[in-house]
Write a protein that binds this ligand. Structure first.
Ligand SMILES: [Zn+2]
Length: 411
């Protein structure tokens, strides 16, 4: 059986997300935040309470008038899985209905394996994660499968030959859905990272950009609290801005892109040209090991190795150019760096981006845009994938009911 969650949240889903984001909230505050009438909010909240999705947790202290009753999400009402799949690494997270991460697992990426083999292994790890967390399948709303683009999100397929031609048009979402008997939603990794960053609440603004660096480089933008999806969620492909049209060929069909100039594979390839450096840092040079090699190089730089530092400096300077472009395009005041490639090298890139934004972004006279490093570089995208599932479905919309069974909700 193949199923996919709705790609747009329902009104009930939006209201649930308001409660989820607020933590604890009153009906009056929901009226203001949702822009709905008090009567509608009262009815929907009653349904949510009856369905076991939210519960009352007492009353707010007030100096006058009737104290407002407060509600919270019931974290046990359902769960979602986020799986960030990269050529080199895969990260799986389990979040509860309140959006809190309950369990995390890491495994190898797709490498040279076929999509069938990769998804079989991924499904086994998701099963193991659910088992070890004590969560039965019927309580899981779905899986957010987070990976690179370009992709056709509605059909759940990739529109690229990466990491091999077998992946183009392979029915990723439906195949994983069949393997797990759960709904699966395909999501762009950088977009998911933007959702994860917004959810983490560490970004002090509702409009910001994310530069995501795993094996490749991508971008995401949140505008007034909503992730920008463009026509089909293939947005902010900041890794494929051409820096040098006579540069190295890129997987996208163009030349001299940010990704082939500054990405982890480019940095490792440059190091591999010097046998002494490759041996000093124990680099394999395999494209399937790019992030492992890049991390070794980054750790050498952090230990004070000047050669490693110089290689990362060059990459960071190019990435900073991409950040300036992103800020200029969207008039952003904050750029967040996320993705596994920033695990150790993050501070060096963050500082370069900050300097470039203060010196080159057109809005610098107003105030220099900020450069932040995600507090969850390795998991932000997987968490964002799980949140996409939570936001696009509710337990009442499942084909199979959970225990306790919440009833179908509508307003
Ligand atoms: Zn490209």
């Amino acid at each position: 059986m193949s199923r996919s969650p709705a790609t747009r949240p329902s009104t009930t889903g939006l209201l649930l997300d308001l409660v989820r984001t607020a933590g604890t909230v009153s009906r009056v505050e929901l009226v203001e935040a949702a822009g709905l009438t008090a009567g509608t909010i009262t009815n929907v909240v009653r349904d949510l309470i009856d369905g076991g999705l939210v519960h009352e947790v007492g009353r707010a202290r007030t100096t006058r008038g009737t104290p407002r009753r407060l509600i919270q999400i019931n974290p046990e009402a359902g769960f979602a899985v986020g799986a960030q799949l990269d050529r080199c690494t895969t990260t799986v997270v389990l979040v509860d209905f309140a959006g809190r991460t309950q369990a995390t697992a890491g495994l190898r990426g797709a490498g040279q394996r076929s999509p069938q083999d990769t998804l079989t292994t991924l499904a086994e790890h998701i099963d193991d994660l659910l088992s070890s967390a004590g969560i039965v399948r019927d309580r899981v709303l779905g899986v957010g499968l987070v990976t690179h683009g370009p992709q056709d999100r509605a059909r759940g397929v990739l529109l690229t030959d990466q990491p091999s031609p077998l992946w183009r048009e392979y029915p990723l979402a439906s195949a994983l859905s069949s393997a797990l008997d759960l709904p699966v939603l395909l999501e762009n990794d950088a977009t998911a990272a933007a959702i994860g960053e917004q959810w983490a609440g560490d970004v002090p603004t509702a409009t910001f950009g994310v530069i995501y660096m795993g094996s490749g480089i991508g971008g995401g933008v949140v505008v007034d609290g909503d992730v920008y999806r463009g026509r089909a969620s293939n947005t902010i492909e900041i890794g494929h801005i051409t820096l040098d049209q006579g540069g190295a060929p890129c997987v996208c069909g163009n030349r001299g892109c940010v990704e082939v100039t500054a990405g982890p594979a480019a940095v490792v390839a440059q190091a591999m040209r010097d046998r002494n450096l490759a041996e000093r840092w124990s680099l394999s040079g395999s494209l399937d090991e790019t992030l492992v090699d890049f991390e070794r190089l980054a750790r050498a730089s952090a230990r004070g190795d000047q050669d490693a530092h110089a290689l990362l400096e060059s990459s960071a300077q190019y990435l900073a150019l991409a950040a300036v472009t992103l800020v200029n395009l969207f008039d952003l005041d904050t750029i967040v760096l996320a993705g596994p490639a920033f695990s150790t090298a993050g501070p060096q890139y963050r500082d370069h981006v900050a300097r470039a934004l203060s010196e080159h972004a057109l809005s610098r006279e107003l105030s220099p845009a900020k450069s932040l490093l995600s507090a969850n570089v390795a998991t932000a995208a997987a968490v964002g994938g799980a949140l996409s599932v939570l936001r696009s479905s509710s337990p009442g919309e499942r084909s199979r009911s959970a225990a306790p069974p919440p009833r179908s909700l509508s307003i």
